[in-house]
Design a protein around this ligand. Structure first.
Ligand code: FES
Length: 286
C-alpha cells in the first residue's frame, strides 16, 4: 500500500491509488472514467490523449508519432501508453472522454412479459399443534405449500419463526427448495432483473414476477470501455495482463449493482425482494 501512487483526474476530481507502472488508461478506468480507445490502446489513434498537470510522466515513443512536439512539451501524453511512476494530477480533455450518451437503446416500462420465474412465494397460515394434531412443523408447512426441500439453516429457524409469527408467513421457494421465510403475506412482492450486458452499454429492467410487468428501467455505460472500446482490445489486455480479467469483472459488477440500486429506488422496493437476475451478453461478455 505504501508504494502506491495517487493519481487525481480533473475536472472530475476523482482519484485512485495505483502501483508504479500502471497505465494511465487503467487508472482512469478504475475510477469509472472511460477514455476513447478506438485503436484498442495500441498508441496509434491519439484519441486517448490527456495532459499531465502535476507530476512527471515520460512521453512514450509511440506518442511522438501521434502527438505534436508542442503537445508533448505542454504535457500531453497517450493514456494507453503512459506508465505512472510519480503521483499525478491529470487533466482529461472533453474530446478524449468516451461518450455513450445517445447510444443506449431502451424500451418503455409497463411492458408485460410472459415470465417463468424459478422463484415461487407461498403465503401460509398454519393451524397450531394440538393434542389431536401433533404433526411436526415440517409436515405442517409442507402440507400447506407442497413438497419442498428445507435446508439445514432454515430447518433450525422454522420452529422459532412459526411460533413468533402466529404460524403465518410467506415461504420463498426456488426450484422446490425453501430459501427464505418472510413475515406476513409478501407473496406478491417478488421481483427479477433482466440485464443486457453490452460491450458499450448496460441496460437493466426490473420485472414484477407476480404480474410480468416491467416496473423500472435503468441504463449506463459499461465501464469496461476504460479497458478498450471493443471486446478484441479487452481480450488483448487480458492476454497481456491476467489480472485485468478480475478488474474487468469487478467493473461490470459495480456498474450492475449501481443499476440495481437505481431500479429499486425508482420502483420503491427493497432490494431483498429481488430473487432472480438474468444476464445476457455476447459470447465474449459472457
Ligand atoms: S492511442 Fe489509441 S487508445 Fe491510446
Amino acid at each position: 500500500m505504501s508504494n502506491e501512487l495517487k493519481v487525481t483526474f480533473q475536472p472530475s476530481g476523482r482519484s485512485v491509488y495505483v502501483l508504479p507502472g500502471t497505465l494511465l488508461l487503467e487508472a482512469a478506468g478504475r475510477v469509472g472514467i472511460a477514455l476513447q480507445t478506438p485503436c484498442g490502446g495500441k498508441g496509434t489513434c491519439g484519441k486517448c490523449k490527456v495532459r499531465i498537470a502535476q507530476g512527471d510522466c515520460a512521453p512514450s515513443p509511440s506518442g511522438n508519432d501521434v502527438l505534436s512536439a508542442l503537445q508533448i512539451s505542454e504535457g500531453f501524453r497517450l493514456a494507453c501508453q503512459a506508465h505512472i511512476e510519480t503521483p499525478l494530477v491529470v487533466e482529461i480533455p472533453a474530446e478524449s472522454l468516451f461518450d455513450a450518451s445517445g447510444q443506449i437503446l431502451t424500451g418503455d416500462t409497463g411492458e408485460i412479459a410472459d415470465l417463468k420465474p424459478v422463484v415461487r412465494k407461498e403465503h401460509f397460515a398454519l393451524a397450531p399443534p394440538t393434542s389431536e394434531d401433533a404433526r411436526s412443523d415440517v409436515t405442517r408447512i409442507t402440507d400447506a405449500v407442497g413438497d419442498i426441500e428445507i435446508p439445514h439453516d432454515l430447518l433450525q429457524k422454522l420452529p422459532g419463526f412459526l411460533r413468533a409469527n402466529s404460524w403465518t408467513g410467506t415461504a420463498v421457494i426456488v426450484n422446490g427448495r425453501l430459501t427464505g421465510l418472510e413475515v406476513g403475506n409478501t407473496s406478491q412482492e417478488a421481483y427479477g432483473v433482466a440485464v443486457d450486458l453490452g460491450t458499450t452499454t448496460i441496460v437493466a429492467t426490473l420485472f414484477d414476477l407476480a404480474t410480468g410487468e416491467a416496473s423500472a428501467l435503468a441504463s449506463s455505460m459499461n465501464p469496461q470501455v476504460g479497458f478498450g472500446d471493443d471486446v478484441i482490445a479487452r481480450i488483448s489486455r487480458i492476454l497481456e495482463n491476467h489480472g485485468a480479467l478480475a478488474e474487468l469483472q469487478q467493473s461490470a459488477l459495480k456498474a450492475l449493482n449501481g443499476l440495481i440500486q437505481t431500479l429499486t429506488e425508482e420502483a420503491r422496493i427493497p432490494a431483498r425482494h429481488i430473487y432472480e437476475i438474468v444476464v445476457a451478453g455476447n459470447s465474449t461478455m459472457q
